[in-house]
Ligand binder design. Structure first.
Ligand code: ADP
Ligand code: MG
Length: 243
């Protein structure tokens, strides 16, 4: 009986997910079709360019949706290992530095360089990239994003704090739903993938937000012993400063 209920629930979730995917794919396709039809009718030259740009933008949107869906389909638990917080911060900030520059947002990080989590490095980095991108995108030019790692009992917490737009209670409740987005360029998959990956790695994710003031996303993961870390990445053991 219980098995059947769980199965029915899974099918309901799958149905909802498929509806979401269909919607995200069909909208840009409809726009592309209408635009191509307009081009076929022979628009004046100055309008042709705008229409072609519109088609290209919709193709880009489809690409983003498909890219994020691939991430969604992949989260088999990666191989956990000791991974230094410094390494995670460095990779994640490098991968989002283009976005931060473009948005004129300053990203900084602090944390004891000996802190290490026990998790899949790729997945932790991917989560941090998603969270950093959200934080940067929430900010106006001149805004700041701060990463902070600290020991939290026998776990490690990472806080990502931004001075961005924040979220009201209603938005906050929906943010980890697949396809929920308030952004023009958004797919609404980032946070739902991130939560899934964090949980797969034995961690959890919490969000505190004040509209108009900013947001802190807290990720908590299992700790790795620092002796394991030294074995795992000897090239990083000489670095001393904080991230
Ligand atoms: P996307 O970034 O594609 O919109 P996400 O799942 O990453 O999808 O985020 C969903 C929504 O959550 C965003 O559209 C935004 O409304 C809200 N959100 C996420 N992170 C933040 C943040 N740091 N500050 C304000 N709003 C946020
Ligand atoms: Mg996002």
């Amino acid at each position: 009986m219980i098995g059947r209920t769980v199965q029915a629930e899974k099918m309901a979730v799958l149905g909802e997910f498929a509806t979401g995917v269909a919607h995200e794919v069909r909208n840009p396709l409809a726009t592309i079709k209408l635009t191509v039809q307009a081009l076929e009718k022979g628009e004046p030259d100055d309008q042709r360019r705008d229409l072609l740009v519109a088609v290209e933008e919709e193709i880009d949107r489809l690409n983003r949706v498909v890219g994020d869906l691939l991430d969604y389909g992949r989260p088999v638990a990666g191989e956990p290992q000791a991974v230094g917080i410094r390494r995670v911060f460095r990779h994640a900030t490098v991968l989002t530095s283009g976005l931060a520059d473009q948005r004129q947002v300053t990203v900084s990080a602090t944390g004891d360089s000996r802190l290490a989590v026990y998790a899949s490095p790729d997945q932790v980095i991917q989560c941090l990239v998603n969270l950093l991108a959200n934080a940067i995108e929430a900010c106006e030019p001149g805004g700041t994003v701060h990463l902070r790692a600290f020991r939290n009992g026998n776990r490690i917490s990472v806080d990502i704090t931004d001075t961005g737009c924040g979220m009201d209670a209603e938005t906050l409740q929906r943010v980890t739903e697949p396809f929920f987005t308030t952004r023009q360029q958004g797919t609404g998959l980032g946070l739902s993938i991130t939560r899934q990956l964090i949980e797969l790695n034995g961690g959890d994710l919490q969000i505190h937000s004040v509209p108009g003031e900013g947001t802190t996303v807290s990720v908590t993961l299992p700790t790795a012993n620092s002796d394991k870390l030294e074995l795992a990445s000897p090239s990083h053991t000489k670095e001393q400063s904080t991230a």
